[in-house]
Design a binder for this molecule. Structure first.
Ligand code: FE2
Length: 312
């Protein structure tokens, strides 16, 4: 069966993509940002997922104000990089996983979670920047990606609680897929930032760090944050943080935080990043339980052998 082996969250600042494309990653300003993802790339090289499910928002690249789905699931075989005004980013075409995506669509819709199925879609920096941060800049992305686009650009966006529950529904879908696939879920966007208006440039590190703490320890507390609180505390674009809750909902209640990085600023935003894995003690316990029947079987086999000897 397929299983979710980890959750990763990361900002998807467009200027990070521009810094990669313009070969500025070694400049002191950007080195501070990229150095925070070196360990993450090592972790990802070890994790070697078979599939990534990547939660992000489209920035008027695939969808315009004429049509904005609240939740959209990419079911295509491939997703080309979008032209966001300067030509498409020089990154590989994203290969999808249509079979698993179709299974997720069926599972979540029959689970009364009505998601929009998208069979043709270009993907923008919201998806490609986190791919670079976790996989570097290879010629081909190392695994298929299922994009899940969440509307956070046109009011009303979904609540954090609804996003969390979508994560739960995605986990149920993945765990009922018959092929042995190791899946990593990305939640992207945020953290605190506001790109226009009188509060442009707003960053609230205290709010961001508390969000990171609770993402690990008490995600249900985060599901109670209302839109106005995100706006007030994290700026107009801070609402993107609800997408991290899709990732968190896709994990078990107890997780281990294996890595965290936070720096300010990148462009005019805070950059946050976290890697969460299923809680080790719980995983060990599950492994122990799985072994018990084997132990019982050994003891039963020994008893059977003794019985055979005695009967001779
Ligand atoms: Fe964004």
């Amino acid at each position: 069966m397929a299983k979710i082996i980890a959750g990763v969250s990361s900002s998807h600042v467009p200027a990070i993509g521009a810094a990669i494309d313009n070969k500025q990653t070694e400049e002191p300003y950007w080195k501070r940002v990229f150095s925070g993802f070196e360990k993450s790339k090592e972790w990802m090289a070890q994790a070697k997922p078979d599939v990534v499910i990547l939660i992000y928002n489209d920035h008027a690249s695939a969808f315009s104000v004429e049509m904005v789905p609240t939740f959209a699931l990419g079911c295509a075989a491939e997703f080309p990089p979008a032209d966001e005004g300067w030509g498409p980013r020089p990154v590989p075409v994203v290969k999808g996983h249509p079979q698993l995506a179709a299974h997720i669509a069926q599972s979540v819709i029959l689970d009364e979670f009505d998601i929009t199925v998208v069979n043709k879609m270009e993907v923008d920096h919201g998806l490609t920047v986190p791919m670079n941060l976790l996989f570097g800049s290879p010629k081909e992305w190392p695994c298929p990606v299922i994009p899940v686009a969440v509307n956070v650009v046109l009011y009303p966006p979904p609540t954090g609680h609804r996003c969390f529950m979508l994560g739960r529904a995605i986990r149920k879908a993945v765990e009922s897929y018959p092929e042995d696939l190791r899946v990593v879920v990305f939640g992207t966007g945020g953290m605190s930032h506001q790109i226009s208006g009188p509060r442009a440039g707003l960053i609230n590190s205290k709010f961001d760090k508390a969000f990171l703490d609770n993402l690990t320890k008490d995600p249900k507390k985060l599901t109670r944050i209302q839109h106005l609180e995100y706006m007030r505390e994290a700026g107009a674009e801070g609402i993107e943080m609800v997408m991290w809750l899709v990732m968190r909902g896709a994990l078990e209640d107890k997780v281990d935080e294996v890595y965290r990085f936070y720096t300010v600023p990148a462009s005019n935003t805070a950059v946050g990043h976290i890697i969460l894995e299923p809680h080790r003690r719980a995983a060990k316990k599950a492994a122990g339980k799985a072994k018990k029947p084997a132990g019982k079987m050994k003891r039963a086999a020994a008893r059977a052998k003794t019985a055979v000897r005695r009967s001779r």
